[in-house]
Design a protein around this ligand. Sequence first.
Ligand code: FAD
Length: 471
Amino acid sequence: MSDTTATSIWWIRRDLRLVDNEALTAAAAKGPVVPVFIYEERVEALGAAPRWRLEQSLKALAAGLEAKGLKLVLRKGAALDVLRAVIAEAGAGAVHWGRLYDPASRRIDADVKAALRDEGITAQSHAGHLLHEPMTVKTKMGDYYKVFSPFWRAIEPLGVAAPLPLPARLIAPEAWPHSDDLASWALSCDMRRGAAVLARHSTAGEVAAWEKLTRFIEERAADYKAARDQVATEGTSDLSDNLAYGEISPRSVWATGQAATAAGMRGLEPFLRQVGWRDFAHHLMFHTPHMLHDNWREGWDSFPWSEDETDAKVQAWKYGRTGVDFVDAAMRELWVTGKMHNRARMVVASYLTKHMMVHWRVGERWFADQLIDFDPANNAMGWQWVAGSGPDAAPYFRVFNPDTQLQKFDPERAYFKRWIAEGQREPPQTALDFYEAIPKHSGLSPKAVRPQPIVGLKDGRERALAAYSAR
Ligand code: FAD
């Protein structure tokens, strides 16, 4: 019999990949590896689209592991209970996992580490979800950063650790612990018929992520700066969901970008800077976790935002029926693809929080339910940035005008036509997919007449600015 205490558990969090995975590498270094994904409270709390996307990612990871002779063990329950049970079943001596920085994950990490170590088990968490961990970036005064530009200036010269290769040896244990069947978790069920639509518009997994990155660098990165705001153009990397689930590491993205630059390619800096924004969002979440649910700036607590989710206007916003072309096109893109162009995210968020005077939390929650790239830090930072309540936020008086934004960033109206069927004799499939994605009972039809704006752009702007002045 072999010494099973050489067996290690790779507890998979948001690192569903084999390349550049410190936790997997550490687990594989000692002997056999048991990859375990736990359906715990953080998974339970996910919205419909992120859960659907997680299922796709787990399927892809299971296939990747199988190709290497390993299995993906799926278990449900509190993380510590499940880990204890799997340790006992596998006779394992160590658990390795990738760190996350939201308050709930940090609490779970601390509890798991303390309890397992008490029980004589090696319990080790690892970096890899970010370019730089939030606790390692500090101002000269030892404080955290509240503004992106100095944060970026501080991390740029630090360099980024080189990504790790695929572990040379991945050894299977002699016997596998019990695993749930993925289908029994029913991760797609809340998507209902929308799941089939999303499946047509997204790809998941490590292989797909690398293909996207390679294609982006070869075909689009040089024009990124000019194209990234053009909403009808495929001008960005589309990697946000892959990064959210850790199907590719930011360090791999960084290293690939640097290698292309060293090979003479120009134009990657603005793209890598956006990956830096992702780090910044996590930096803020780590140091000021209240930003996930409350105004980062307390001065906004008295602002007269409505938080009534049942308001018909909020429903119109969610279903792309505000009568404002850019907003409606973008909200439908979200239903169909589980994503939305960054420019469009800013415009719909501005319309909701400023013209409609609805609390950013309402929009944040909707995005958390609908986005396949949902990331708590990026989402909260994005919403608070637009609303004006966040650090380094857009000033409140900068109210996006959705019509002028559409003229500027969709001059041919290609984006509008891609997503809005009404008024088109032969609408494209993308616009029709919306009616398949929404619940049947919504009663919407591509033959309907476009509604009048629920809040006029001029009136809404004036009302918001007046409320801001009275604050
Ligand atoms: P690229 O332009 O190719 O950028 C590369 C990567 O950098 C992205 O994949 C992403 O990981 C990161 N990134 C880019 N822009 C930002 C940004 N502004 N903030 C933080 N990271 C960024 N992004 C999410 O990943 N999840 C969210 O839940 C999310 N919610 C948002 C909500 C609002 C209201 C706003 C305004 C933005 C939000 N973003 C969110 C940021 C951004 O819109 C998406 O990351 C971007 O659209 C993804 O497209 P891409 O992968 O082609 O990005």
